[in-house]
Unconditional design. Structure first.
Length: 262
């Protein structure tokens, strides 16, 4: 990305989880912009310790571990560490995208399959090409994650086990921050990195966002599911070609440069 401060003078609202938002803010600031943080969701562990023996048995069965998010990887490996479990070498690994793959590498786990587009449908298609029906598919996910892989693969004869390792809940402190920010700032960009942030945002501000002048405030969605969540409220948004934070930043930079040329 060209270091010419293309976001200078721009204010960006970042609605993702507080921990994950820090790097987003740093990148906005490196590009000359101002980032306002309002963490709308947070995550709690959901997998109880009384299921540890079932997890142990599942790990022993040849097949695939499928990770649909960075959060899933973090909560799963924290659970394994707490219960003194490891991922055996015979397990094959699939990840929904590049950041999830990199996080798995930090746990010394190499990814065997990753789709070109970072969405569940593409991950399911990749598994259809690389997995055998005799291999169990164990999906590591959050409580709000869709069951696309199970729906796509079960009719083909695969045994699909879903492990819900974390749950997504509203961040009450962040919701207060959003209300304050909405009263104190005007935003050039409002960024959404998940459907859950969209729903929480709309629950907090209701129809108020529709009154924001479209020529002054642009909504940026990380991918098609987030875009569709906004559309369900009648709100259009811009979506990057690459469904990542860097893709969103690149899109905002291109939009800002285009404004400067007008």
């Amino acid at each position: 990305m060209v270091n010419d401060f293309p976001l200078k003078g721009k204010t960006v609202l970042v609605t993702r989880n507080k921990t994950q938002a820090k790097s987003f803010r740093q990148k906005v600031e490196q590009l000359g912009g101002k980032a306002v943080l309002a963490s709308l969701i947070t995550f709690h562990r959901a997998l109880p310790n009384d299921l540890v023996e079932q997890v142990r048995i599942d790990l022993a069965i040849p097949g695939w571990l499928v990770f649909t998010s960075v959060n899933g990887a973090d909560f799963f490996f924290s659970y394994l560490k707490e219960n003194q479990l490891i991922v055996p070498g015979h397990k094959k690994i699939a990840a929904v995208g590049e950041k999830t793959a990199r996080r798995l590498e930090s746990y010394n786990v190499l990814v065997d399959v990753m789709p070109h587009d970072y969405i569940a449908e593409q991950l399911a298609d990749a598994l259809k090409q690389h997995a055998e029906p005799s291999e169990r598919i164990s999906v590591i996910k959050g409580n709000l994650s869709r069951d696309v892989i199970k729906k796509e693969l079960t009719p083909l004869g695969f045994v699909v086990k879903e492990w819900v390792v974390y749950e997504t809940v509203p961040d009450e402190d962040g919701i207060k921050e959003l209300k304050n920010a909405a009263n104190q700032h005007s935003f050039d960009f409002v960024t959404f990195t998940s459907s859950s942030t969209v729903h929480t945002f709309m629950h907090v501000l209701g129809e108020g966002i529709k009154k924001w002048p479209a020529h002054q405030t642009a909504c940026i969605s990380i991918g098609p599911l987030t875009r569709d969540a906004l559309l369900s409220y009648g709100i259009t948004s811009y979506m990057p070609d690459t469904f990542t934070i860097d893709g969103m930043l690149d899109l905002m930079c291109r939009m800002s440069r285009k404004e400067d040329r007008i």
